[in-house]
Design a protein around this ligand. Structure first.
Ligand SMILES: [Zn+2]
Length: 441
């Protein structure tokens, strides 16, 4: 691994040494993050893409380090727009958070961040959990190795909502009153005023965007995906607070009514969208909102959930919603709704680094073409984390978040699942992984 951080080096010195570097990536088969594939050259300077040229017509700066890709596939770094860096290692989310020290979860999350970047994920959207929000400075200064993190921090839920852990005393659930830290904690709020205050509290605790529970869910004990949770008034108050601070709102929304409430309230990202109806699809398109179906978590729950300690109520609801989820998202896709990749992975059996499963599920389950699925994992996912002007594309001015894949994922999207096929990872112009010259090819 080229990535290094000399102990005597200050952050500023490291920035100058690594970030100011110039690279010319030549002989590449380039996917630009939208729809174009061509043979060409990408020039990177000081962390940014400064030139993209077809064939060999690019001016290569004399001081640039030339990296010959020998025809390999170059694309924007992958983005997972909905996961939780909470360091889970079993499927028993009732017992594990109670018996495991909080610090253990933090260290596991740091190790999961490393796995993500080695798998080609250069940005992740953490959709709830304080660990990612608080590890962010450690990534940015180079103490730990990981993707760019865009984090919700503490999610907002009504009493009896999806974020309310129904089997615990309620003062253990709310971060503000609990005496024990657990990886998934919530801000419980009811009524527009409490919601406004909770949104401000989430911002105080480093939220890059606000996560809300607009409906019940699969893995919450006493509610159901169909239940409407926050009211339109409550959602509007939260969206207003987010907007005032230049942020957006990402909703857990599974039932048709809650999805529409979220969209009417101004929510930008609809996660899961299990029972989205025609009206909801039209609203999403009209509002330019993005759906993040998170098929991966349901797929894994059905595959192994009964062997890893997932409570029966979660498994039962997963089985009930599975078919409808696929049918409804397929309808949304056919009507032209924007869809981005997100896995809802939490670590362990829902493994960080295995996130490309979502790309293959979008192809297999709803019929996306491989190019559309790669777009969902790059430029559309960039939009879902609020960074579409910064990442997710190979174009001049964009951050140099790039990966090189040994095989061509347009021909074989499953090749992304084998992390040995990800032979180069660059984030913000810095190389985190370089296996291009490995002898055994
Ligand atoms: Zn989630």
């Amino acid at each position: 691994m080229i990535y290094s951080f000399a102990p005597e080096e200050t952050i500023l010195q490291k920035h100058e040494r690594v970030i100011m570097a110039k690279y010319a990536l030549i002989n590449a088969t380039i996917f630009d993050g939208i729809d174009t594939i061509f043979k060409g050259v990408v020039i990177v300077d000081s962390g940014r893409i400064v030139d993209v040229a077809r064939d060999t017509k690019a001016e290569i700066p004399r001081d640039a380090q030339v990296i010959d890709l020998d025809g390999k596939f170059l694309m924007p770094g992958l983005i997972d727009a909905h996961l939780h860096l909470v360091g889970m290692r079993t499927g028993d989310f009732v017992k594990e958070p109670l018996v495991t020290p909080y610090e253990t979860f933090v260290v596991r999350a740091a190790s999961d961040l490393f796995k993500l970047i080695m798998a080609g994920y250069t940005t992740v959207g953490d959709a709830g959990g304080l660990i990612a929000a608080k590890l962010k400075p450690a990534i940015e200064e180079g103490t730990i190795c990981g993707p760019r993190v865009v984090a919700a921090g503490l999610p907002l839920s009504p009493t009896f909502g999806h974020g309310d852990i129904h089997y615990l005393p309620i003062d253990w659930v709310d971060y503000r009153s609990s005496k024990k830290l657990r990886p998934l904690m919530t801000l419980i709020c009811d009524g527009a005023d409490e919601c406004r205050k909770a949104a401000r509290y989430a911002l105080r605790e480093d939220a890059d965007f606000i996560k809300i529970m607009a409906t019940g869910g699969v893995l919450s004990q006493k509610d159901r995906p169909e239940y409407r949770q926050f009211t339109p008034e409550e959602i509007k108050a939260i969206v207003d607070e987010a907007r005032a601070a230049g942020r957006f709102v990402h909703a857990h929304a599974q039932g048709a009514e809650g999805i529409k409430n979220a969209l009417i309230g101004g929510v930008k990202v609809i996660a899961h969208a299990i029972f989205i109806d025609d009206e909801g699809i039209e609203l999403a398109i009209k509002n330019n909102a993005i759906l993040v179906p998170t098929f991966s978590i349901v797929h894994r729950l059905l595959e192994i959930g009964d062997k890893i300690g997932v409570p029966e109520w979660g498994l039962k609801k997963s089985r009930e919603v599975y078919e409808a989820h696929i049918e409804n998202i397929k309808r949304a896709y056919n009507r032209g709704a924007k869809i981005a990749t997100g896995t809802d992975y939490v670590g362990g059996f829902f493994p960080m680094g295995g996130n490309s499963l979502e790309i293959t599920l979008l192809i297999e389950k709803i019929g996306m073409t491989p190019i559309e699925a790669l777009r969902a994992a790059t430029s559309t996912a960039a939009e879902a984390v609020g960074l579409h002007k910064e990442i997710g594309r190979i174009a001049p001015g964009y951050s140099a978040d790039l990966i090189v894949v040994k095989e061509n994922p347009i021909e074989n999207p499953k090749c992304l699942l084998n992390i040995d096929n990800i032979v180069l990872v660059m984030k913000n112009g810095e190389i985190y992984k370089n296996k291009l010259n490995d002898t055994h090819k």
